[in-house]
Every structure is written in C-alpha cells, then in structure tokens.
Design a protein around this ligand. Structure first.
Ligand code: IMO
Ligand code: MG
Length: 410
C-alpha cells in the first residue's frame, strides 16, 4: 500500500456564514487544480474581486475566475437553473470561459418554482417559528430530496421522465396549496416548457462529478472544497431549527461530493474577528444597539444575497471551540480585523453560563442558547489602522492578543 500525500483542503465557515470564505477560497485557489462546492445553493453569496471587477458568486465555485482551474458543483448542492444560467451569463459576459471548466453533478437536486411557493407558505404560517430564510426554495428542495420525490439534473435531461415527474409533483403541491389556502398554484406545463430549455442549456455541463473528482485526484490533482454557510447553520450541528437545510460542516464534503473521508487532508476554518448572523435564531454574543450598529457600518454587514442588515456581535470562543471539534479544524483564518480598529476595548466571549453554572458543551436547544449568559474577557483595543497589512509582524501588539485567544483557549 502506498502512502498518499494529502493535498486536498476543506474551507469551512466557523460561525453563521459570511465569514469571508469566498475571499479565502479565491486566494487559495491559485494553489489547487479543482475547486468544488458540496452543499447549499444560491443562498450563499461569495463576494470576490478580480482586478477592478467585483463578482458575487452564489453557486459557481470561485475557482472559475482563474482560467486554469476546474469548478465542480456536487450532488449535495441544490441547483436553481435560472440562478445558475444568470451566473454563467454574467461570467461569460466578463470574458470568462465556463463550458469545459464547470461541471454539474447529474445527481444534484433541482430547485423548481413550487419550492419557493412552499417556502413562502411555511415562513408565513401563523404560529410557526420564522427562520428568516433567504426565500430561494432551498429548504423545500432538500425536503423533497429526503422525501424521495426530488427531481435531479439527470431527470431534467430526460424529457419524458421529467414531464411525468413534474406532473406528479405539481399535483401534489397543488393539493397542499389548496389545503393551506394558498393564493398560488402550480402550472406543470409552464415548468416543463421553461425547464426543458434550461436542460438543453445545461446539458453540456452535466457530469458524474464524483467520478470526475476521483479521476482528477488519481492523477495527482488537488482539490479545494469550498464550504457555504457556516457550522452554526449546519442542519445537524447548528442552532436548530434556525439553520439551513444542508450539511455545511466539513463532513458534508464526503456526502455532497462523493469523496471518501480517506482522501481529505486538511480543514481550514474561517472566522470573522467578531460575529454576525442574518435571519432569526439565537446569537449569544449579539451586540444590539449602537455598538452593533457601528460594527455593521464599519464592516458593511449587509447580506450579499438579500441585502438584509446583518445582526452583529462579539467574537465567541465557545462557538469557535465547538466548530473546531465538529470540523476537526487544523488551521484558522481570522478576517475583518480592521473593523475593530476603532475600539478602545474589545469584548471576547470566553464561556457560557446557564442557570448559575458554566456550560462545557454547546447546548442543543435554541431556548437555552437564547437565554444563557455569555462571559466576556475585555481585551484592550489597538486603535490604529490595520487595513492593508499583509505581514503578521506589522500588526499592533494588542491585535496579536485577539489572535492568541483561540490558541490560549486550548
Ligand atoms: P454564505 O455562504 C449567511 C441563513 C439565512 C437563514 C438560514 C436559513 O454567504 O456564508 P435558507 O435560505 O438557507 O433556508 O435560510 O440560513 N443563511 C445564510 N446566512 N450566509 C449564508 O451563506 C447563508 N445561507 C443561508 O439567513 O437564517
Ligand atoms: Mg452570505
């Protein structure tokens, strides 16, 4: 048996998304041959710059921006053909070659218009907890996948089978729509016509991406796995039910791309120097009020996908510790340090207390996370600009204190 040098790296968000994963993946892509997405859909929003141009990529991995890289969208992603073709068009208009470099898993599930309809109904049901989703139909598409009634890209490419499946699904959704007294209904013929056109557009890009990745890795090519969302939004390990519907954590790579665990080498976490969250749900270190507003303003903390103002708060070591355990992080990137440049004092949450006792493990209940008491350590601020610094040695001594916290945390 030969010992294989592990070349592949997972980049994963350690918080509630928006950690700056896109920027890091874009920087690292240079050193890899393939960049692959394993979960989520166009609920993600990765802002990357190429020279003067700014791109917000929602589905297509950032690797597409570098001409010699391949980009893969795995089976674990839910794919909206309308959103994808818009993204392809924008890239092609900017002179970026997509065909022959972007590959879509034939096993990826397709988001259809009735998924958005069902999501709207679910978010607006009186008495039901609002998750504050991105309204892209992500959750209902994963529901159909797990309910074994989903439609995959492979199905979309078989006109007759696709027609039958859509008719069946539309009948079911219309039944539900009537029962829920929804104002909308589903017209299967409209979907069949519109999506058959997408099928022809996407057909050249569809592939068995697990086989493609295996071939690439067998011939020594390296793969960068691009996570979307973050650990605390993971459907199993996050702040359930205020989560997204996929496995955003490192384990999602195996399922969402068909890559065996033995082929994954390293896991890099990305965290902001503070914390943000979009939508509802517990956020222990939230700084509501002027302090949070100042971070939002300095950090331009508005959703890349929905434009919603992000809730802002302080660096949360219990979250990072949990994230390190779940993902097996072996390195960490801290982003947006300069957003804290103005502060005289920087609170860092070092632990949680609940009903008078310190918590050792991350509580599974949102109700506990909402009421626990974060314990803070106050670090002295550096109050000088760090923007644009590229060497660790350039950082003010006090800024190093913040970087030392995760390490000091054991
Ligand atoms: P990136 O990749 C931040 C949040 C939504 C909502 C919850 C469920 O940019 O880090 P969904 O539409 O996924 O069913 O919504 O998850 N959410 C994100 N928050 N960044 C993201 O992605 C997110 N993707 C989903 O705001 O609270
Ligand atoms: Mg986002």
């Amino acid at each position: 048996m030969t010992v294989r040098v592990m070349k592949n790296l997972i980049v994963v968000g350690t918080q509630w998304g928006d950690e700056g994963k896109g920027k890091i993946v874009d920087l690292l892509a240079e050193k890899f041959d393939v960049v692959a997405r394993y979960q989520g859909g166009h609920n993600a929003g990765h802002t990357v710059r190429l020279g003067e141009r700014k791109f917000i990529l929602q589905l297509i991995p950032c690797g597409i921006l570098r001409p010699d890289k391949l980009a893969v969208i795995g089976n674990g992603v839910v794919l909206d053909p309308a959103a994808l073709t818009r993204e392809i068009d924008a890239l092609e208009a900017a002179g970026i070659q997509v065909t022959g470099r972007l590959f879509l898993s034939s096993r990826a599930h397709v988001i259809l218009p009735y998924h958005r309809m069902m999501e709207k109904a679910s978010e607006n049901t009186p008495g039901k907890t609002r998750i504050g989703t991105t309204s892209r139909g992500i959750g209902p598409t994963y529901e159909d996948k797990m309910g074994r009634r989903g439609i995959r890209l492979a199905d979309l490419l078989e006109p007759e089978a696709f027609r039958c499946q859509v008719e069946l699904c539309a009948a079911e959704k219309n039944l539900l729509a009537r029962a829920l007294d929804l104002p909308e209904s589903v017209d299967p013929s409209e979907i069949i016509e519109q999506y058959s056109a997408y099928a022809e557009r996407l057909r050249p890009l569809v592939a068995d991406t697990a086989a493609l990745l295996a071939r690439e890795m067998n011939r020594g090519r390296s793969v960068l796995f691009e996570g979307a969302q973050g650990t605390m939004l993971d459907v199993d390990h996050g702040t359930y039910p205020f989560v997204t519907s996929s496995s955003a954590t490192a384990g999602g790579v195996c399922i969402g791309l068909g890559v065996p665990p033995t082929r994954i080498g390293r896991v890099l976490g990305v965290s902001k120097a503070y914390a943000t969250r979009v939508g509802g749900g517990p956020f222990p270190t939230e700084a509501a009020g002027p302090e949070g507003d100042k971070i939002r303003e300095r950090g331009s903390e508005f959703g890349a996908v929905t434009g919603r103002p992000r809730r802002c708060g302080w660096f949360d070591l219990p979250v990072l510790r949990y994230s390190r355990m779940i993902n097996g992080l072996d390195s960490l990137v801290i982003t947006k340090l300069d957003v804290l440049d103005h502060l005289a004092e920087i609170p860092v949450c070092v632990g949680y207390r609940y009903r008078g006792s310190g918590l050792i493990e991350m509580p599974p209940l949102a109700s506990v996370l909402e009421t626990l008491e974060p314990m803070y350590k106050t670090l002295p601020g550096w109050q000088s600009p760090t923007y644009g610094m590229t060497e660790h040695g350039q950082l003010p001594q006090r800024a190093n204190l913040l970087f030392e916290q995760p390490r000091a945390d054991g």
